[in-house]
Ligand binder design. Structure first.
Ligand code: FDA
Ligand code: NAD
Length: 435
């Protein structure tokens, strides 16, 4: 039988939030041997956003150890040695397959047993697969997904093998838009397929989407909207050859990349902890319904104070900040102290080709578009405000300077009143800059 290992703190999951939690533990003071990170991945925590961007670029390619946390937020890069120096045990290539919160025990796939006093759940999300809903032929080779570094390596390999080939991207969300661009930059012929009338419908208005669709079209990406992939055919090697669409069209494909959404990894804890909105329910300190158990990052459904609502957020800024909040709360509670409640302002961003946008706040209410959103314009810069109950509650900006991005963040936080939407359209970014 294998020896049991025991730690004061265990973080299960070794992604973005785990890495930022480790840094915060170290800042707050953790003794050698007190903290362990247990991760299914073979590498130390890294900035996941790089996988759909520079990791795939033909030039200026990013590789580890270049993008370990916390470089994505301008912080120190935590190399594997950093964990060793701090006495933080990094237990890699180790999947936890069983969690018993009552006895404070975790069991790995290899049968190792881990005990903890305080558990931080940081398992993140996994991809929704087309095989999950039985799409015919969806298990063919070269139908790829992207979540972890192994997936990215597989993609890099297939991009090399299928030079100047054809790719079909299924999904018009974050993965769809970022991967279409990355593959196009690799000289691959790209078609994008998604069911909605415009891309990124969770966030974009029709006006915002029109710019990106125009820009992508100019870059040679073919966009096919309002339909879905219903089947795939493969060649004699089992490699994907064709994508069959619901509208009857058939597309040739050497590579298929699927980005049809994520699913938070909560199944280890099913029935043991309260859940809500698909995630593990927490308070403003990321404490779950079970004593000494915290949940951070993608898996946490937490109170969003600003909107008086509980929500889950699947973005890196929240992964970082929730990790820091939870660790501060854990340390404070040991000293009988309290800290301020989490007061999160949603921040999402994306980059593709030479484009870059940021969004802050809430995309509810009336949207007004401002600026130059002509996809063919070399000086394009545009944005959108969302107005609810006479106040600006959200702001989006493409191509903003650091100062302008700061200004839209401030607007979303301050929620200034507006009565004249036409004026807002005319003022554009100027409105935010004077808040
Ligand atoms: P994360 O997924 O980072 O980490 C979870 C970790 O837990 C993984 O290492 C996993 O292997 C491990 N794990 C899971 N189950 C386990 C088990 N049972 N045992 C052991 N280990 C287990 N956001 C953004 O704002 N801007 C961006 O540009 C991007 N770009 C981007 C690109 C790509 C390709 C992806 C997939 C995602 C993004 N995101 C993003 C989203 C962002 O990366 C995401 O919200 C954070 O990584 C969430 O951090 P977590 O720590 O919660 O999960
Ligand atoms: P997403 O939710 O952003 O987009 C999924 C898209 O797929 C939507 O447009 C959806 O309607 C569409 N879709 C659903 N079913 C479909 C079908 N059968 N055929 C075609 N399209 C279908 O999810 P994603 O792009 O897969 O991203 C996965 C996760 O990674 C998310 O948590 C996301 O936040 C994260 N991520 C974030 C960033 C970023 O913030 N820049 C970048 C990459 C990934």
């Amino acid at each position: 039988t294998m020896a049991e290992k025991s730690f004061k703190y265990v973080i299960v999951g070794g992604g973005v939030s785990a890495g930022y939690a480790a840094r915060e533990f170290s800042k707050q003071g953790v003794k050698p041997g007190e903290l362990a990170i247990i991760s299914k991945e073979a590498v130390a925590p890294y900035e996941r956003p790089a996988l759909s961007k520079a990791y795939l670029f033909p030039q200026g390619t990013a590789r580890l150890p270049g993008f370990h946390v916390c470089v994505g937020s301008g912080g120190e890069r935590l190399l594997p040695e950093w964990y060793t120096e701090k006495g933080i045990e990094l237990i890699l290539s180790t999947e936890i397959v069983k969690a018993d919160l009552a006895s404070k025990t975790l069991v790995s796939a290899a049968g190792e047993v881990f005990k903890y006093q305080v558990l931080v759940i940081a398992t993140g999300s996994t991809v929704i697969k087309l095989t999950d809903f039985g799409v015919q032929g969806a298990d063919a080779k070269n139908i790829l997904y992207l979540r972890e570094i192994d997936d990215a390596d597989k993609l890099v390999e297939v991009i090399k093998a299928k030079k100047s080939g054809k790719a079909v991207i299924v999904g018009g969300g974050y993965i769809g838009l970022e991967l279409s661009a990355a593959l196009r930059m690799n000289d691959i012929d790209v078609s994008m397929v998604y069911p909605e009338p415009w891309c990124m419908p969770r966030l974009f208005t029709a006006g915002i989407a029109a710019f990106y669709e125009g820009y992508y079209a100019n870059k040679g990406v073919e966009i096919i909207k309002g339909t879905v992939a219903v089947g795939f055919t493969a060649d004699a090697n089992g490699e994907v050859k064709e994508v069959k669409l619901k509208d009857g069209r058939v597309l040739e494909a050497d590579i298929v990349v699927v980005g049809v959404g994520g699913r938070p990894l909560t199944s280890l804890f099913k029935g043991q902890v309260e859940e809500e909105k698909g995630g593990i329910k927490t308070d403003a300190f990321f404490k779950t319904s079970v004593p000494d158990v915290y949940a951070i990052g993608d898996v946490a459904t937490f109170p969003m104070k600003l909107y008086n609502e509980i929500r889950r957020v699947e973005h890196v800024d929240h992964a970082r900040k929730s990790a820091e909040q939870a660790v501060k709360a854990i340390k404070a509670s040991e000293e009988g102290k309290t800290i301020d409640e989490y007061d999160y302002l949603p921040f999402f961003y994306s980059r593709s080709f030479d484009l870059s946008w940021q969004f802050y706040g809430d995309n509810v209410g009336d949207a007004v578009l401002f600026g130059d959103n002509d996809a063919a314009s070399p000086t394009h810069k545009f944005g959108s405000y969302w107005i609810k109950d006479g106040k600006v509650v959200g702001a989006f900006l493409e191509g903003g300077t650091p100062e302008e991005n700061k200004a839209i963040a401030k607007v979303a936080r301050v929620q200034p009143p507006v009565d004249n939407l036409d004026l807002l359209t005319k003022e554009g970014i100027g409105f935010a800059s004077k808040i």
